[in-house]
Design a protein around this ligand. Structure first.
Ligand SMILES: [Zn+2]
Length: 325
């Protein structure tokens, strides 16, 4: 289990007015980040010392034992940003409160950011923070199927599929409804690719319901209870036999076309899948403020993401690659 900060369970803003009055200064934002980063009290990342004192600079503290200088934002998605935390907090509020998600143009307008590129980079950093490491696995009964994004329209697993992005979707059954979901872009439709996704997202022993595609043939030997519906031998169409996963695939496509006008490149698709999953799995949450809190909590536990790695740079990022984000 992840350790949760010792903040009161409801210690987050409930309305935008509360957000703006509580987090109107850098000091207030830093104090909140401090509690999220060190819920059990400060620990020096170098020597584990617990004593700490301020330096002359507001974002920097000094370890009382080894004199290591510790920045509150180092190692978080805020590292290296020259923009105020106040603005970041508003971006996170906006991203978690927009029912259908955020576009870079929308964020640029709401925050009055001078640069579209900055808004774009912020949203991608926040999407990365939406994936919680070690999150719990789906269990019970799970439907799995693949869908394609982009490229020419062709039949499933058919010709021309190479130009499309392949997305595999897992949907937990909740009675006749939908529980939690997971999805990922996978490189190909091979058994190892499908099994890798399934092992990363689904607890062994779970009943996994798929169609008769041979790529799923190894599931029993991996410890799952494999339930197969052979669509080609059946009069029942796939969207009836596996209604949940087809519903989620349709919602995903509608979201990509609606919020993002379809303008998602293949290389960044997985981050949008993470955002969709984060939103979908919290769709019944009545408290938008709690989503703000969760995303901020994950943001301080997320490694810094240099701009160059967002735009697909594979080599070690150079300082000049990091935009003013
Ligand atoms: Zn230390």
């Amino acid at each position: 289990m992840e350790k949760q900060p010792h903040l009161p369970a409801d210690d987050y803003p409930k309305t935008i007015e509360e957000l703006e009055s509580r987090f109107s200064t850098e000091e207030a934002c830093r104090a909140y980040l401090w509690k999220l980063r060190w819920p059990d009290g400060f620990r020096c990342p170098r020597c584990q010392g617990a004593r700490v004192w301020p330096t002359g600079r507001s974002n920097l503290f000094e370890c009382g034992s080894c004199h290591h200088q510790v920045s509150i934002t180092a190692g978080t998605i805020f590292e290296g940003s020259r923009k105020p935390l106040v603005q970041w907090f508003r971006a996170i509020w906006w991203m978690t409160n927009e029912k259908n998600g955020a576009s870079a143009l929308g964020l640029q307008r709401v925050l009055g950011l001078g640069s579209y590129q900055t808004a774009w980079a912020w949203l991608h950093k926040l999407r990365r923070a939406m994936v919680r490491q070690g999150r719990d696995l789906l269990d019970g009964r799970v439907e799995i199927d693949e869908t394609y994004w982009g490229g020419p329209k062709v039949g499933k697993r058919g010709r021309g599929a190479k130009e499309k992005a392949l997305i595999v979707i897992a949907v937990q059954e909740n009675g006749t409804g939908i529980g939690r979901i997971r999805m990922a872009r996978i490189p190909d439709i091979s058994g190892p690719s499908l099994e890798g996704f399934i092992q990363a997202t689904i607890l062994p022993g779970t009943t996994v319901h798929t169609d008769a595609y041979r790529g799923y043939n190894g599931l029993n030997s991996l410890g799952y209870v494999h339930e197969v519906t052979n669509m080609s031998n059946s009069d029942v169409p796939a969207h009836v036999a596996m209604p949940r996963v087809h519903r989620v695939a349709a919602l995903l496509k509608r979201w990509i076309m609606g919020t993002h006008q379809g303008g998602i490149s293949h290389e960044h698709l997985e981050y949008y899948l993470d955002e969709f999953t984060f939103r979908f799995n919290r769709r019944t949450s009545k408290s938008r403020g709690k989503l703000f809190y969760r995303l901020l909590q994950q943001a301080v536990g997320t490694d810094a993401v240099p701009y160059s790695s967002l735009v697909g740079g594979s080599s070690r990022p150079k300082p000049q690659d990091v935009v003013d984000a």
